[in-house]
Design a protein around this ligand. Structure first.
Ligand code: ADP
Length: 246
């Protein structure tokens, strides 16, 4: 098998809020083309790990690279769907405009989106089943619909690596299937997906790679090798029966 490139490399990463470490000495190598779940209990540092890779949170030690270069130089290769609760939904803007914002990274500061960008935005909305809602204010959409709009925004960015912070939070079963199908399609085209995920039951079905975090990195690797009772117990502190052998 061909040796994949390293999409994300994290070395000795330590992050603290108000001097309290929430991530401790994390090393991580994520190969290109995997679909990786980040799992761990509430407050384990999963969101913080993503935010520090994206330069949103500053680490107190360690380094991160995206395809072996600093994130700052690779911004355009990365798309991020933040956690739903962290977005100001009252912001007066339509679904279409939220998606159009995803194209700005490619345009630079002065250019405005043109026909090409508008067409891409409508296509992405169609893909996530939200075209009929294109002119609706985002504050007037349901949680699952808002999540789909943000996924569409990430799609128009045409990135190489997609970070998503709990994309299935508060969405119905139909939306969850729609989202996972889009993610699997992205993986088929060689994209790398890194997803904070809550539902341990669906890890083996949705993902091929997994990282266990609880302040420290407990384990990382192919789901078939590391998604086991031992790592679940080390991460969650109680004995977890794994669904994999069912
Ligand atoms: P997870 O995503 O695994 O639930 P987080 O990365 O959100 O965990 O948070 C890790 C820890 O850091 C938690 O104890 C949380 O309360 C704390 N934390 C997160 N963000 C901040 C912040 N901006 N300021 C202070 N503490 C924070």
């Amino acid at each position: 098998m061909k040796e994949n490139k390293i999409a994300i490399r994290v070395d000795d990463l330590t992050v603290a809020y108000n001097y309290k470490p929430v991530l401790w000495d994390i090393d991580l190598k994520v190969p290109e083309g995997v679909m990786m779940a980040i799992v761990g209990p509430n407050g384990a540092g999963k969101s913080t790990l993503i935010k520090s890779i994206l330069g949103i949170v500053k680490p107190i030690a360690g380094s991160v690279s995206v395809f072996e270069k600093p994130y700052k130089k690779q911004r355009k290769l990365v798309a991020y769907v933040p956690q739903k609760g962290s977005v100001d939904w009252d912001f007066p803007t339509t679904a279409k405009d939220v998606v159009l914002m995803g194209t700005y990274g490619h345009l630079g500061w002065v250019k405005r989106p043109g026909l090409k960008e508008k067409k891409a935005a409508l296509e992405a909305l169609e893909k996530v089943g939200m075209l009929p809602f294109k002119d609706r204010q985002i504050s007037q959409l349901s949680g699952g619909q808002q999540q789909r709009v943000f996924l569409a925004r990430a799609l128009v960015q045409d990135a190489s690596i997609y970070f998503m912070d709990e994309p299935f939070q508060g969405v119905d079963a139909t939306t969850e299937i729609a989202i996972i199908n889009i993610l699997k399609e992205l993986r088929k085209t060689g994209k790398t997906l890194i997803v904070v995920h809550h539902d341990l039951q669906t890890v083996p079905e949705y993902f091929d790679w997994v990282t266990f975090v609880n302040v420290k990195k407990i384990a990382t690797g192919p789901v078939k090798d590391v998604f086991n009772d031992d790592n679940l117990t080390k991460t969650y502190g109680i004995n977890y029966k794994v669904a994999v052998n069912k």
